[in-house]
Design a protein around this ligand. Sequence first.
Ligand SMILES: Cc1cc2nc3c(=O)[nH]c(=O)nc-3n(C[C@H](O)[C@H](O)[C@H](O)COP(=O)(O)OP(=O)(O)OC[C@H]3O[C@@H](n4cnc5c(N)ncnc54)[C@H](O)[C@@H]3O)c2cc1C
Length: 387
Amino acid sequence: MVGASLMLFLLLLITRWPVLERAFGQDRLVAWHKKVAPWSIWLIVAHVLLIVTANALEANAAWLAGIGVVVGKYPGIVPAIAGLLAMVAAGLTSWRRLRGRLRHETWWTVHLFTYVGVVLAFFHQVVAGDTFSKGASRTFWVALYALVLGLIVWNRLLVPAVRSARHRLVVTDVVRESDDVVSVWMTGRNLARLRLQPGQFLNFRFRHRGLAYEAHPFSVSAADGDRLRITVKALGDASTALAGIPQGTGVTFEGPYGAMTPARVEGSRYILIAGGVGIGPIVSLAQGLTSHDAVVDVVYRASLPEDLVLTDELRKLETEGTLRLHLLAGPRTIHPLSPEHLSSLLGDFTDATVFVCGPESLNMRVTESARALGVPSSRIHSEVFDL
Ligand SMILES: Cc1cc2nc3c(=O)[nH]c(=O)nc-3n(C[C@H](O)[C@H](O)[C@H](O)COP(=O)(O)OP(=O)(O)OC[C@H]3O[C@@H](n4cnc5c(N)ncnc54)[C@H](O)[C@@H]3O)c2cc1C
């Protein structure tokens, strides 16, 4: 029962329910999902092993024969076993050592079957055993499943389908920013209704060969009326293919998501730190913060000067006097982002809100340094480009 409850909880975390998304941000919700998932699966596996063992002992049969005893004795066990296999497959393919070797699409497809697995396993819970097979407990359990699965269908299927149809996003232009980074401009109808906040991202599915199967998250690096832009680094199949995407390609999307927005600012100064292509949401945040009555610093790290992109826009804001720009190209030995380095670059941090977006190592480094410089954790907001 605890295992199944945890399974519902971890599904709730990824329902994309706006209440949770706004409060915690998707990366944190996904991190909790990853932490809870193994416990749920281990408990469910333990439940199966214990039930089979108990029934084998009771029938004085071999352990494997116990499976037959359970199947014969309780209704709904065969679909439950199929459900268990789907959950175990999702767990195994998410195991760090295995996941690194799999294509993201393969991992995602296996994960999709977990939903089928959860539904298959549900039936034996309400027809077999005593706990949820009758009365108020049964109604409660069915309602819990209906709520979580309803939230998934609503937020992950219906709302995105309606929004995509309503806003009719299409690709209008692809601009090369550096050797391996492009910006993709899209236009749509009534984008203001999306209430997209600077710093947020959407899950885009481009209706083009090789790109339509899976949605990919990209932060919006500029939004201008009914146009929006994403800035994409070529890392794998999909992100590389975007460089050659034709004008007029239709785009469906989920979102907007992300809690790294101007709503999070506190204090008298805002420090925005980007690493690599993490500059996308930071540029849009910087634009969104210029109207605030505070000092805005943008620190932009890259290994090589030619990797720095969107700098014209940042320089323009600097010329207008709305932000101070610190371009840090070069090795980590020169730009360690340590507490000493950051305080010599930016001064006092104690009244700052810090936003950081880049590779996980940079996010961790900046978070540690900001804490050491007296910024409370509640004022440090980060986003990693990996879920
Ligand atoms: C919240 C968020 C915002 C992001 N914003 C940007 C951005 O503005 N610009 C940018 O260049 N990149 C961004 N990314 C990263 C981008 O989503 C991946 O680089 C892209 O999906 C890689 O897909 P691929 O097929 O090219 O590469 P693959 O070789 O398939 O994967 C490369 C890496 O991306 C991850 N990845 C692949 N597909 C997905 C997916 N569908 N969902 C989540 N992760 C995936 C993989 O786990 C792997 O770590 C963002 C990621 C997240 C989670």
